[in-house]
Design a protein around this ligand. Structure first.
Ligand SMILES: C[S@@+](CC[C@H](N)C(=O)[O-])C[C@H]1O[C@@H](n2cnc3c(N)ncnc32)[C@H](O)[C@@H]1O
Length: 258
């Protein structure tokens, strides 16, 4: 599946940590899967504000965080001054020295322009035997959320929203990893319903945060009613008595460079 919408959506790094800190909080098991060792060189691809990068560094690994968003990197540098962070695109980065591991949480599905290029870059960044440990959205991720968006867009006479994500099936992604020289050691594909605790505005807040580029260029007075409609359409599936629940589906894997 390919999407043509640019994946480097503009991120609001302040709102990201306050409202969407669950993204990195949910990444803790992935750090356990990575099991970083003291002295290892680890690259965190799509590191965001650097919370998990810092967690990896706290285990004694030497870490570099790369993210496509200058605002995210600015915040990461401010929060964790002892760690190296640089702006870079997963489709287009090279490193001087090989890494023992590449880690990525909740970021690879944003690198949708050419997922194989991203895998190829990761392979090139790794030493032989180096591991690629990541979690991303899998096929069916946010299906209710995106269906509500499509319907609302259609009802308002707007063209189908060009969703910016790549949510592969396990078979598809494993095939791509193998094609690019990885041995897949572990691959999990699971539902992870996620409470949007910090989203009083429900699905509308989620769209504003994660699909903000789709709202750009719309007449400003259309945005609120459009998002209200997204909420109405998504509510039966995603609104519980306790609050909103996003229908996340995750792909988590550990692969080794041959
Ligand atoms: C949901 S955030 C996850 C951040 C962090 N890994 C975490 O667990 O909190 C996704 C990140 O991917 C970054 N990103 C999106 N497209 C990218 C690309 N093509 N290259 C590098 N980073 C990208 C975004 O800027 C954002 O910081």
């Amino acid at each position: 599946m390919r999407y043509d919408t640019p994946s480097l959506t503009r991120w609001n790094s302040r709102a990201y940590d306050s409202s969407f800190g669950y993204v990195s909080a949910k990444g803790a098991p992935l750090v356990e899967l990575l099991d970083p060792q003291p002295g290892e060189r680890v690259l965190d691809l799509g590191c965001g504000t650097g919370v998990l990068t810092a967690e990896i560094a706290s285990r004694g690994a030497r870490v570099l965080g790369i993210d496509g968003s200058p605002a995210m990197i600015e915040k990461a540098l401010a929060q964790f001054p002892g760690i190296d962070f640089i702006v870079g695109d997963g489709h287009d980065f090279t490193v001087v020295e090989g890494y023992d591991a590449v880690f990525s949480n909740a970021a690879l599905h944003w690198m949708s322009r050419d997922p194989e290029r991203v895998i190829e870059n990761v392979r090139e960044a790794l030493l032989p035997g180096g591991r690629f440990v990541a979690e991303m959205g899998g096929a069916g991720n946010c299906a209710e959320l995106t269906a509500a968006m499509s319907t609302a867009w259609r009802e308002y006479g707007l063209p189908e929203p060009g969703l910016p994500w790549y949510f592969p099936s396990p078979a598809e992604y494993a095939g791509r990893l193998e094609k690019h020289g990885f041995v897949v050691r572990l691959l999990e594909y699971f539902d992870r319903p996620t409470p949007l605790d910090e989203c009083p505005g429900g699905a509308a807040d989620w769209v504003r945060m994660f699909a903000a580029n789709l709202l750009e260029g719309l007449p400003p007075d259309l945005v609120d009613p459009l998002l209200r409609r997204v909420n109405e359409l998504a509510a039966p599936a995603l609104r519980r008595e306790t609050g909103w629940m996003a229908d996340y589906v995750r792909l988590r894997f550990a692969a080794v460079r041959r």
